[in-house]
Design a protein around this ligand. Structure first.
Ligand code: UGA
Length: 432
């Protein structure tokens, strides 16, 4: 099948690469000429394990192409995937302008029957909106259908998630159209849900909102554990073994960040509001998430005798989670901003997100590694649980610090061991 993928962000680039790897001819389009030029040189605009090799292989085999020319790409395709960004606006509603613009472009280029697939995370009703835009703007009287096929990949394991998804959701106006998209995914041999467009759109939001709920729930349990002397690691393990609950997404910490959960929870609250439903649970989930880093910093401030003024704080981990260089809505951003506002000196290190971090915080110091950041620090804070922080020489870290205050925002160390080593150690939900 000839496929066009519009948008070369995480979703578009990974989707395009995987479909080409499955033997389809794929043209990826982006209006960002710089990004397309990078991709043509074989450079990846994002860090994603395995992506570069997959792109290289399929370009060499002439199955994967990059262009800025939407008309050219659409004209040659049977299926067009819309994978452009829907960033949040101040109201919590996603900004739909890129989708609308792409829909108008597709309408102008429509030269024969095509299936237009929405893969971007979009509010319920977007399928209808895209259909209307194409209907109104098409220049030739050519037929088309609009399908919703939400994406569930995670940054950092995007290729694996795309090749081995838990489920594939196809929301289509009828069975014949659904089958066309199903055919594309058939080689993956994964469970499929064939449904209507609105239900597919809702599945995506409901899933992300539920995962965010699990995290905020675990964070609240952890905050209680801190006070009552329970160990949250044992508590969530005990909960997760109940197959009705499951162990995933119960890791407490500084809260969820990234480009999806914060945006999608806000958008679902807005969708609910518009139809007269007050999504109280989800509003509480968002509140808990906003409070979690504040609570953590309150404890750190208290450990530093009530003030960050003039103190040197070492930050380990800047990306919103490990295995990505993505800093969008990263907890590190909130934490560093607050520390700077309270006159702390900040030194930071991340294995791969430092270039992105420098754009946000050009004024702070960046270390060569974790040891560099610990040197002469009054406190060290783990913000992202990169593997390389798990097996550091903690004796060396401790002896190089001005004060051995270790705040582990992701629970990667054993509290007993850290205290035995002489750290003033605090974490989330295993503190007493
Ligand atoms: C998330 C979903 O997991 C994907 O299924 C979905 O496709 C994607 O959003 C999207 O909508 O595009 P992603 O944002 O890449 O994927 O990252 P996650 O691995 O889900 O982590 C999100 C945040 O939750 C991170 O900040 C992570 O540190 C935090 N988290 C996750 C916890 O604090 N505790 C956990 O137990 C799990």
């Amino acid at each position: 099948m000839n496929i066009c993928v519009v948008g070369t962000g995480y979703v578009g680039l990974v989707t395009g690469s995987v479909f080409s790897d499955l033997g389809n001819e794929v043209i990826c389009v982006d209006n960002n000429a710089e990004k397309i030029a990078m991709l043509e040189r074989g450079e990846m605009p994002i860090y994603e394990p395995g992506l570069e090799e997959m792109v290289k292989r399929n370009r060499e085999d002439h199955r994967l192409f990059f262009t800025t020319d939407l008309t050219y790409a659409v004209e040659r395709s049977d299926v067009v995937f819309i994978c452009v960004g829907t960033p949040p606006t101040e109201t919590g509603d996603p900004d739909m302008r890129a989708i609308q613009e792409v829909a108008r472009g597709i309408a102008r280029a429509l030269n024969r029957y095509k299936v237009i697939v929405n893969k971007s995370t979009v509010p319920v009703g977007t399928g209808d909106m895209v259909r209307e835009i194409i209907e109104t703007n098409r220049v030739r009287n050519v037929d088309f259908d609009v399908v919703s096929n939400p994406e569930f990949l995670r940054e950092g394991s995007a290729i694996k998630d795309t090749l081995e998804p838990d489920r594939i959701v196809i929301g289509a106006p009828n069975h014949v159209v659904a089958m066309k998209i199903l055919e594309l995914y058939a080689p993956l041999e994964r469970p499929m849900i064939i449904t209507d467009v609105a239900s597919a759109e809702m599945i995506k939001y409901a899933s992300n909102a539920f995962l965010a709920t699990k995290i905020s729930f675990a964070n609240t349990i952890a905050n209680i554990c801190d006070q009552v002397g329970a160990d949250v690691a044992q508590v969530v393990k005990g909960m997760g073994l109940d197959s009705r609950i499951g162990p995933a997404f119960l890791n407490p910490g500084l809260g969820y960040g990234g480009s999806c959960f914060p945006k999608d929870t806000a958008a679902l609250v807005r969708t609910a509001e518009k139809v007269g439903v007050d999504f109280k649970i989800l509003r509480a989930v968002m509140d808990v998430n906003a409070e979690q880093p504040i609570r953590f910093l309150d404890r750190l401030r208290a450990a530093l005798d009530g003030s960050f003024d003039g103190k040197t704080i070492g930050i380990l981990g800047l990306a919103f989670k490990p295995n990505t260089d993505d800093m969008r809505d990263a907890k590190s951003v909130e934490i560093i901003a607050r520390l700077l506002a309270e006159n702390a000196e900040v030194k930071a290190y991340d294995p791969i997100a430092m270039d992105n971090a420098r754009r946000i915080f050009p004024q702070i110091c960046y270390g060569k590694n974790a040891y560099d950041v610990a040197q002469d620090a009054d406190a060290l804070v783990i913000v992202t649980e990169w593997n390389e922080f798990k097996l550091l020489d903690m004796e060396r870290i401790k002896s190089s610090m001005r004060r051995p205050i270790l705040f582990d925002g992701r629970n990667i160390y054993d509290p007993i061991r850290m205290r035995r080593l002489g750290f003033e150690y605090q974490c989330v939900g295993r503190t007493r």
